[in-house]
Design a protein around this ligand. Structure first.
Ligand SMILES: Cc1ncc(COP(=O)(O)O)c(C=O)c1O
Length: 412
């Protein structure tokens, strides 16, 4: 049996650890194993020093002060702490209302933002879920239109994890600062890939995660602004008072060292990496769309992360497509819920129909993706889609020029 090739194009789900990150982490498992909370011996000091150094590296990636960085277990925790933590500090009822304040987010945010917002809704906050336009970009104008007297918090991601679209974050930041509203951005897919300056973008709270930027899993950071304004948060985890009381628990020193190293590498290499990835993504998208009709690239044509391509293929069935391209490790436009395959809610929010959402692929490239990988993927996708379409009576009808929207289907 010939070995089947398998190429990884799911870097938006997780990235491999950079070997330089692993190397930096190793001593902190064994000889440098101290608890940074141990204040009276060398082991503790050594660990504390390593955490301080990592904090500086994370801060440098964001244009922040090291004191503004809180280490977390990743972006799910970071978003929860930012959103729920800010809501419970800044809650305010408008005159004559029983509400606790108004929050703005968008329907195509990650679940790690949507679910905390939904919980707050149940607890008496009013939440506006902005509906994105077809191109997926949330603009400052949309946020401005939703702002109210009692708006306390806006949470809009910097870039979307399924389609890679880039929201108008600096413009939304400026608007929020003008109105005295706290602004959180989930930068999980953005940070380490694109230049980030929390001052310029007027972001108050920013979430990032190690395993999306070639660092380890289970570690992340939350940026919490300390000046103009000094942002306060209600802690979610109480205990020993680590991380200035924002997040108790013995620090994950190895993970934090890895995250710091990953941020340092990202800061140095993102320019070259980004340019290379953009060229590869274009090669991939053009390779596929130039050879296949009834195919669409989802999301804004330009305002998109360099490494994420999301493509829908008409006249193929989603599960068959995933099976046919199984040598490519990527994500489909379907999400498994307990009982069924649901079309991606992100693509649906953009107005992509259920059928087309199911037959979509998210291909996300990374630091070690090569041109040969891309060419392999293009060939595999094109030949698979052509083959599947040969079996599609609908595609035959389409080819014959029958307007499928006018066909009256028999219902059973
Ligand atoms: C945009 C976004 N936010 C949050 C998360 C959750 O991050 P973590 O896996 O670090 O909890 C992810 C990861 O899938 C993501 O892509």
């Amino acid at each position: 049996m010939s070995a089947t090739r398998s190429i990884y194009m799911d870097h938006a789900a997780t990235t491999p650890c950079d070997p330089r990150v692993v190397e930096a982490m190793l001593p902190y498992f064994t000889e440098k194993f101290g608890n940074p909370g141990s204040r009276n011996h060398r082991f503790g000091w050594e660990a504390e020093e390593a955490v301080d150094e990592a904090r500086e590296k994370v801060a440098a990636l964001l244009g922040a002060d090291p004191k503004e960085i809180i280490f977390t277990s990743g972006s799910t925790e970071g978003n929860n702490l930012a959103i729920k933590g800010a809501a419970s500090i800044y809650e305010r009822a408008p005159a004559g209302s029983a509400g606790r304040g108004h929050i703005i987010t968008a329907t195509h945010e990650h679940k790690a933002t949507l679910d905390p917002c939904k919980r707050l809704q149940k607890e008496g906050f009013d939440v506006t879920f902005l509906e994105p336009p077809r191109d997926g970009v949330i603009t400052a104008e949309m946020v401005r239109g939703a702002m109210r007297e009692d708006t306390i918090l806006v949470s809009i991601m910097w870039a979307n994890n399924e389609i890679g679209t880039i929201n108008e974050v600096p413009e939304i930041g400026a608007l929020c600062h003008d109105r005295g509203v706290i602004f959180h951005t989930d930068a999980t897919q953005w940070a380490g890939k694109m230049p980030t300056d929390v001052e310029e973008a007027k972001v108050d709270l920013l979430t990032l995660s190690g395993h999306k930027l070639y660092g380890p899993k289970g570690v992340g950071a939350l940026y919490v602004r300390r000046r103009k304004p000094r942002v306060r948060l209600q802690a979610m985890i109480d205990g020993g008072g680590q991380e200035r009381g924002f997040r108790s628990g013995t620090l994950n020193v190895t993970g934090i060292v890895g995250l710091g190293k990953a941020c340092e590498i990202a800061a140095a290499e993102m320019g070259a990496d980004g340019a290379r990835l953009l060229a590869l993504r274009r090669r991939l998208e053009q390779g596929v769309t130039s050879r296949l009709e009834v195919t669409q690239v989802n999301g804004h044509a330009e305002r998109r992360l360099p490494h994420i391509a999301n493509i829908s293929f008409g006249f193929v069935e989603g599960e068959s497509l995933m099976m046919a391209v199984k040598e490519i490790a990527c994500s489909s436009g379907s999400a498994c819920t307990s009982a069924s395959l649901e079309p991606s809610y992100v693509l649906k929010a953009l107005g992509v129909g259920d059928e087309l959402a199911h037959s979509s692929l998210r291909l996300s490239l990374g630091r070690w993706t090569t041109e040969a990988d891309v060419d392999f993927a293009v060939e595999k996708i094109v030949t698979s889609v052509l083959k599947l379409r040969e079996l599609s009576p609908l595609y035959d009808m389409y080819k014959e020029g029958i307007d499928l929207s006018k066909v009256e289907w028999a219902h059973h």
